[in-house]
Design a protein around this ligand. Structure first.
Ligand code: NDP
Length: 254
């Protein structure tokens, strides 16, 4: 055993939402750890362009709106067409919306569920097939502490419900594929600095509550989630499956 267990040299990783935030940090670290990358999102960012340009042979991107039912199969096909295999899936893309439960409208509900639950389900379903053919793989679903708590002060019941379902999907997939060398785990971040949380962090009242509710007294940087994702995706976690790795500065201790 050695630190080499954290390397994923020449493994092919598909990362949804790889253009910014947590997904981009994961993409960057996975590239450093030796992986070939297929990144997806609806839009591009300068940092994504830079990463793609730095190694076009080993790093590719495909446009996809994951609420399109055809997109999951298409991004998995783009990955195997480009690199010939698929070893690691990171189901990272996600969206949040706030609103009282009794006023939450159907369009918002469908948007949250389509993006946060149905899309990861479909992408994983599609990714499992090449993994089975190859004899193994690893899947990391980005869940959330919101799967287990009611957030405060914002109301976001659809988001929380979608993430709870992602955690349960993770466990059932791990059970189903444990004997076929496919490990499935979830990462449950607390509050991470990204576009998703920018509004809340800028809001003095929310910022105070979020900070006070976090024993470590600060928010995470996306890079602190990337190291957790690398652990779950790499041989370093070879006996870990069906787990939810919480990385929340202590938020869920109380
Ligand atoms: P960001 O808002 O920074 O990034 C969201 C990502 O998802 C973007 O890459 C975006 O790309 C992509 N995305 C959203 N909708 C779609 C879609 N329909 N099709 C394709 N891609 C889509 O958020 P974070 O980086 O913070 O979040 C990443 C994950 O981490 C999410 O699953 C989130 O729920 C989870 N999480 C985040 C926490 C936080 O505090 N930030 C806490 C707990 C969990 P584009 O818009 O270009 O399509």
């Amino acid at each position: 055993m050695s630190l080499e267990q954290f390397r994923i040299d020449d493994k092919v990783a598909l990362i949804t939402g790889g253009n910014r935030g947590i997904g981009f940090a994961i993409a960057n670290l996975f590239a450093e750890a030796g992986a070939k990358l297929m990144l997806t999102s609806r839009s591009r960012t300068p940092q994504l362009d830079e990463l793609l340009a730095s190694n076009p042979e080993r790093c590719a991107w495909v446009e996809a709106d994951l609420t399109d039912p055809a997109a999951p199969d298409a991004i998995v096909k783009a990955t195997t067409d480009k690199f010939g295999r698929l070893d690691i899936l990171v189901n990272n893309a996600g969206v949040a919306a706030n609103g009282d439960f009794h006023e939450f409208d159907d369009d918002q509900l469908a948007y949250i569920m389509d993006t946060n639950l149905i899309a990861p389900f479909r992408v994983a379903r599609s990714a499992i097939k090449p993994m089975l053919d190859q004899g193994g793989g690893t899947i990391v679903n980005i869940g959330s502490i919101s799967a287990d708590v009611a957030n405060d002060p914002q109301k976001q019941v659809a988001y929380n419900s979608s993430k709870a379902a992602v955690h349960q999907m993770t466990k059932v997939m791990a059970f189903e594929y444990g004997g076929r060398n496919i490990r499935v785990n979830a990462l449950a971040p607390g509050y991470v600095v990204s576009d998703m949380t920018a509004g809340g962090i800028a809001n003095a009242e929310w910022n105070k509550i979020w900070t006070e509710n976090t024993p470590m007294g600060r928010f995470a940087q996306p890079e602190e989630m990337a190291t957790c994702a690398l652990f779950l995706a790499s041989p370093a976690s070879s006996y870990v499956t069906g787990s939810i790795l919480t990385a929340d500065g202590g938020y869920t201790t109380h």
